[in-house]
Design a protein around this ligand. Structure first.
Ligand code: ADP
Ligand code: MG
Length: 234
């Protein structure tokens, strides 16, 4: 499957609020694309539109050229982490994953693979109700990986993580992209993404501000030749 995400001319209003104002960008497979913008810029709305949780007023969002809803097995190919995994606190993380795997026709081997990939080994057999935020998040990541998704979208995955968790998350995201997946990661802090992503899509007020390689953006900004904003409009 061609895993690239194509967002074309998205517009979305909530009453008088213009959340997305003609937004277009592409997320290429095999790299981490950072999705940056201040709170309220429209990052979460964009992700919700991509997976059909919000309907756009105009424009389109496709994955491998097709709308998310038309994908034959969307849940087995696409992991999204828009919301925390629905959890029963008395169930261990591993049992939660076994239950999810069963509903997707997958077995225990796959569960143990994703537990390792998400770095959940030490917590997997403990009750999920006692998990820290970081461990809950890893459980959500493990759940998203069960179906070996070609595309992962993570909305503010650095939120609430301690420094060690942030370092782990960076490596985790890069490893997923190195496996050929398209990885779209949002943050309101450029600093969280500049060492993780190879490409940045920067938005403000629902519009594209910059769309370029990280190295290119940093060179442009530090050279003082172009600001991010003029870089985007040129
Ligand atoms: P971000 O994720 O970048 O912080 P959002 O996509 O959450 O931004 O929000 C973009 C804009 O749309 C904000 O002004 C926000 O208040 C508004 N918005 C988002 N979702 C809703 C909603 N369900 N109802 C009304 N306004 C919304
Ligand atoms: Mg958001």
């Amino acid at each position: 499957m061609d895993a690239s995400i194509e967002v074309a001319g998205l517009r979305k209003r909530f009453g008088a609020t213009v959340a997305l104002d003609g937004l277009s960008f592409t997320v290429t497979a095999g790299q981490v694309t950072g999705f940056v913008g201040p709170n309220g810029a429209g990052k979460s709305t964009t992700m919700r539109v991509i997976v059909g949780l919000d309907a756009a007023d105009e424009g389109s969002a496709t994955i491998g050229g097709r709308p998310y809803a038309s994908l034959r097995h969307p849940l087995s190919h696409l992991g999204t982490l828009l919301d925390a995994a629905a959890l029963q606190p008395s169930r261990s993380g591993r049992n939660h994953l076994l239950w999810l795997a069963h509903s997707q026709g997958l077995g225990a081997k796959r569960v143990d693979d994703v537990i390792e990939q998400a770095g959940l080994q030490s917590a997997a057999r403990r009750k999920a109700g006692g998990y820290s935020l970081g461990m809950r998040q890893r459980l959500g990541l493990a759940a998203a990986l069960l179906g070996d998704p070609a595309v992962l979208m993570l909305d503010e995955p650095f939120n609430g993580l301690d420094p060690e968790g942030i370092v782990w998350m960076r490596g985790f995201l890069r490893a997923l992209a190195a496996e050929g997946r398209a990885v779209l990661v949002s943050s309101h802090l450029m600093s969280e993404l500049q060492d993780t992503a190879t490409h940045l899509v920067v938005i403000g007020r629902g519009q594209l501000v910059a769309d370029a390689g990280v190295a290119e953006l940093i060179a442009a900004a530090s050279g003082g030749r172009v600001t991010l904003r003029t870089a985007a409009r040129s």
